[in-house]
Each structure stands twice: as C-alpha cells, then as structure tokens.
Ligand binder design. Structure first.
Ligand code: PHE
Length: 338
C-alpha cells in the first residue's frame, strides 16, 4: 500500500515535469512546499501520530521534500537555459559590430607626459595646486607688490569674492613650501590664465610646468644644468640653450631661457620658453611667516625655480602654428597626433 505522502510526491514530480514555464513551477512550489502547501501540511499532522508511525512518516516527508525541491530546481535551470538559447537565436552573429572610436592623448598631454618623465629621472616629485587661488598665493607671497601691473584688472581674471584665476603656476611653490620643510624638489604642471589679447601665440588659458628645488648650496649652475639637460632630452641633443637676464619679483637673479635647434622646424630662430631664477630670500621669509617657523632660513637654504611654457613647447615639438588649435577640439587636428 502506498502512503498518501508518496502519492503526493509522485503527483508533484509529474506536475513539475509537465510544467510549461517558470511561473507554473513557482505555483507548484507554493502549492506543495509553501507555508500552507500540501507536503508542508504533513509536518503539522506528525504531531498527532503515534511513536511507531512518527519515524516512518518523518522519513517519507523528508524524501518527498528533497525530491520535489530537487525536481523544481532542475526544471527551473532547464527553463533558464532554454531562455538563453532563445535570446541568442535572435542575434545574427554574422552582422558587423558597432565600432568604437579609440581615443588618443591630446598633444599637450603627450608633451606633458614626456616632460614629467624627464624630470622624474632627475628626482623631481609632482606637486599640484588649485586653478582658483587667492591674491596672496599668486602675488603677495611671491614678493609681488600691490602696484605690480600683473595684479591689474586688465591682466587678471578676478572672481566676485576676490579670488582669481592664477596667472602662473608659481602659486604651487608657496603651497609646497608651506607643506614641507626643505629639501624640496618638485614640478607642478597645470593651467594658468591671463587676460591677454587672444592670437596665434596667446590664449586666455595656457599651461606651465613650474619647478622648484630648495636645499643647501643650490646654485645658478644647478638651475642651468637642470634646464639644459631637460631641453636637450626633450628637443634633441643638438638643441642650443640661451639664458638672458630678466626680472621677476620672486627670483634674484632672474633669467629667461630660449632654445634653438636645427632639428626643429623653427630652424635658426631663438624661441623663448621659460622664466626662471634663484628664489628670492623675501619669498622664503614670507613662507616662514606663514609656517610660523624658520624652516626656510635664507641664510642656510637657496633654491631655484622655473616656469616652462608648455603650450609653447608642444608647438615647437609638434610644429603647431597656432596655440588656439589646442582648445578647438577639431578632430582633423587632433587625429594627427593619435
Ligand atoms: N611665473 C613666471 C611666469 O609665469 C615664470 C617663473 C617661474 C619665473 C619661476 C621665475 C621662477 O612668467
């Protein structure tokens, strides 16, 4: 004689075999194994059974549960597999795919990566600062007096709250020295802004690589050697480098750097690339004041700083005639550097 639980199990398995879809399976699961399902109901009935009957029915109940659960799972897996096959059947794998355009680095970024690589080999670390900064970082801390022309409304973009778009990356010199005692050896690439008349060689936004090296006994010879090495690595060994006296409030002495190379399209022309000099003692003193210590003792430390025009460098390196091309996002231009 078969027990009603065995009959229940057999009918469940048959119905599962005949189920048409996943919803039908779910209905069966609820009907048999759910809280008030017909198999589950037997656990209630167990209570009323005699000592002899209990283990027999308990075993049947377990078997029924296990068998039905397994059958439900394998049937569901079957349905899932069928669904996948059906979905794939609608895809024509012989159709050509949708091509993705592969991007490339902007010529300025390429130039920057090369430049950073060279300075890295000389032991320079990377530093950064914000594009929007205060007058103090941009001018006061850099020994630039209140009546200096660079601070004029005509030359600088001021925000309503009094902050400004930095006119050079030299702001990062100050931020770096505030954050660490000497020795310091950093480069800080980034954008700078001036209210220039825009033409083929001037743009309201341009890019610089700032450099700062402070330690005991740093000399002008170190500055010249560093920049000469850098420029020859970047532009070729035949590059000639020329230093001319100049003036910046935050360096003394100050110099400008020009390059000339037969390997470049610009040929025999000297091209101005960089401002530089020995850090002015007044800058160290202002940094000390804001740090509240004497970490940058001008009697003990000297340093050099430079600001390289990156757009200029990229224009020379890639023979680009107009600075405005960098920002116009014209793919016909950009593709040439991909
Ligand atoms: N900040 C200067 C400029 O933008 C360049 C410079 C940097 C000069 C560091 C000296 C030292 O023109």
């Amino acid at each position: 004689m078969t027990h009603p639980l065995e009959e229940l199990r057999e009918s469940a398995l048959r119905e599962i075999r005949e189920a048409k879809d996943e919803q039908a399976l779910e209905a069966l699961r609820v009907g048999y194994l759910g809280k008030s399902g017909s198999i589950s109901g037997w656990s209630e009935q167990m209570r009323g059974l005699s000592k002899e009957e209990k283990p027999v029915v308990g075993k049947l109940l377990n078997e029924a549960r296990t068998a039905v659960t397994a059958a439900l799972e394998s049937a569901a897996a079957e349905f899932r597999a069928q669904n996948e096959v059906a979905a794939l059947a609608n895809i024509d794998i012989t159709l050509p795919g949708t091509p993705h355009e592969i991007g490339a680095l902007h010529p300025l970024t390429q130039m920057l990566n090369r430049a950073i690589g060279i300075f890295r080999r000389m032991g320079f670390a990377l530093a950064t600062g914000p594009d929007v900064d205060t007058e103090w970082y941009c001018f006061d801390a850099l020994n630039t007096p209140a009546d200096h022309p660079a601070r004029n409304e005509q030359d600088t973009f001021f925000l309503p709250d009094g902050r400004l778009l930095r006119t050079h990356t030299s702001t990062v010199q100050i931020r770096t020295m505030q954050n660490q005692p000497p020795p310091v050896r950093v480069i800080a690439p980034g954008a700078a802004y001036r209210r220039d008349e825009v033409d083929a060689t001037h743009s309201a936004q341009f890019h610089q690589i700032e450099g700062l090296y402070v330690d005991e006994k740093v000399s002008l010879a170190d500055l010249k050697g560093t920049l000469e090495f850098f420029l020859k690595e970047l532009l070729g060994a035949e590059t000639q480098v020329r230093f001319r006296p100049h003036f910046f409030p935050f360096t003394e002495p100050s110099l400008e750097v020009d390059v000339k190379s037969k390997a470049l399209k610009s040929g025999e022309k000297w091209l101005e690339l960089c401002g530089c000099g020995m850090v002015h003692p007044a800058v160290f003193e202002e940094v000390n004041k804001s740090r509240g210590d004497l970490a940058y003792d001008p009697e003990k430390y000297t340093g050099f700083a430079f600001g390289l025009g990156m757009d200029r460098l990229a224009m020379i390196l890639f023979d680009i005639p107009d600075i405005r091309l960098f920002a116009q996002n014209d793919l016909r231009f950009l593709r040439q550097f991909a």
